[in-house]
Design a protein around this ligand. Sequence first.
Ligand code: MOS
Length: 717
Amino acid sequence: MKYIGKEVSRVDGVAKVTGMAKYAAEFQLKNTAYGYIVQSTCPKGTILKIDTSEAEKLPGVLKIYTHLNTPKSKSQSGFVALQSDRILFNGQPVALVIAETFEQARYAAQLIQIEYKTEPFNTELEKAEPKPARSAKVRGNPKKAFEESPVKIVAEYTIPIEHHNPIEPHAAIAAWEGDSLTIFVKTQGVKDMQNHLAQSFGIAKEQVHVISPFVGGAFGSALNPHYYPFLAAMAARDLKRPVKLSYTRRQMFTGHGYRPYTWQKVSIGATEDGKLQSIIHEAITNSSSFEDFIEASNNYGRSLYNCPNYDTPYRIAKLDLPTPTWMRAPGMVSGAFALECALDELAYKLKIDPLELRLINYAETDPDTGKPFSSKALRECYIKGAELFGWKNRKFEPRSMRDGRWLVGWGMATGIWGAFMLPASVKITYKADNTAYVESATSDIGPGTYTVITIIAAEFLGLPIEKVKFSLGDSQMPDAPLQGGSFTTASVGTAAQGAALQIKQKFLELARKSDPVFSNINQEEVEMSEGYLRLKTEPSKAISISELMQKNGLKEITETYTARPSSERQKYTTMAHGAQFVEVKADEELGIIKVTRVVETTATGRVINKKTSHSQEIGGVVWGIGMALQEATEIDHRYGRMITTDLATYHFPVNADIHEVITEFVEENDTIVNPLGIKGMGELCMVGIPAAVANAVFHATGKRIRQLPITPDKLFD
Ligand code: MOS
């Protein structure tokens, strides 16, 4: 392969660093009016009175929308703003000011007077009565097996609410022409956004044009459409001029969802020699009062370890907060924190090395379904990671390793993620000057989709990377799923390969007609390479593609290919795996914990672009460190209000917090997942990290901290 598996710099890198890449709020439309969202200060109740008269008198104010004058959305699925006087959470939008400038709108917003009737509310999971939600079926007899096990562990773990905090705030610019809407908007899925807006206004999909070429990070926060695109489009339609609406940083915290508060209890029964007998992994996550958000974190280990008895009861707690959503590695990273820490606790009880304990219970086939894995190089990840890290030099006892005043701890964990694939289409136009234009309605929220799809198309079209232009993020392009679940490269990449092969087939058919050399040749025997169609076995036998096109009077040829997950996949469990090894240094007197070294080994099928893939992995490690040590959205439960709603009080790692991070891939040859053998990696890479950090903290200090984040105060206790 010429490009696949090599290191390719981002094809959109220059555009991004020079400011040429346009994000949603940066498009310029003539006569644009600006919106500002007014939010409720009451957590639950009704709006008794809303007085906009003072605000309306201000210069530049065009109109103020409240529940009293906002047109109803024709789609009431999810949360729709300004539809009634009901208040469901603190920070709920209760008015939208539209003015000639953003500053005028923002100032006017402060003059709106609102009276609420506040009702009793609850924002604390511990005070809620959780209700059972969909749980996977029970394996064996977990209760009995637990009771009968000679060695038992029971432990509870909590993870606070966390927010995505992409650098780019959510924003939309909406403009109507008659009954047709054009919207520039931040989204992980232009097609989903198109459907949402078509339904909201009761118009055909074709009447909604969603444009989103660049997204400045999203991590799940732009999977759902959220309330602001409807508001922008509603106001633009009503005022008959373009409207731009953007969240402020603070508004991000209530405007797009969050990782739910998660309580987990893990009960493990094992034999003296470390064989797992029973796992009962309970979970409760919070949702809102008006939607059921399901994130069964406790399913994490079901397909990972051999354990004959397994139960994963799951409940949700309805709180008076906005609805949670998916956030990078949803469910899995939370479940891994509980189970991978509990296994560490078990390892200490048994006096077995934590890595050895994982190997004792290594599953060669999926214990949940009995199916074989399409590929699983987790053992190789453990071995390679341990070697790179120097795990064999670890002293088992906690507090047994030191570096001057620092206590040193080494911890490890496992990560898993599904090797998902969804139907996706790609269109390729090949021009007679040997350039190619590739299109798909996917998005690139940062992982490097522009680059990776360009690589795949260039590889199979036999063109230099610079001759291939890939465009995305437009609802008029061929269907693609939203960018999430780490399934984009597997889905859209397979379609890009398919479309390129179809182009090759077309050229082969033309070649057969004009050159007898090709008459009995099939697709596999030829390749496209630098503007030629060439016999693989006899490279000198080649035909110029541009001449072939000229001869046939063609300026370009276009092929669209839809890739679908194969039925063969059904016979297997398809997953990506990884192992994480972490070193921390802790200063007990100051409460400081530094993650000084991380080795992450990942088995994720074939890696298309080593460069961006390593940066994905490093990013996942950094996020995992943040989740372990820093991240929390604090709520003042007296007011039901999120309070760490800015980048000063919501902590995550900066460069100074990150030390050595080594990421290595163990490649797998897996043509069952898809022909190119691609598995996703963008979420997998953070899954085991918080657990590995917590386990390292225990090894360093002897303190088992089960409540994230592991902040200095918890080290002092
Ligand atoms: Mo991801 S949480 O599937 O955007």
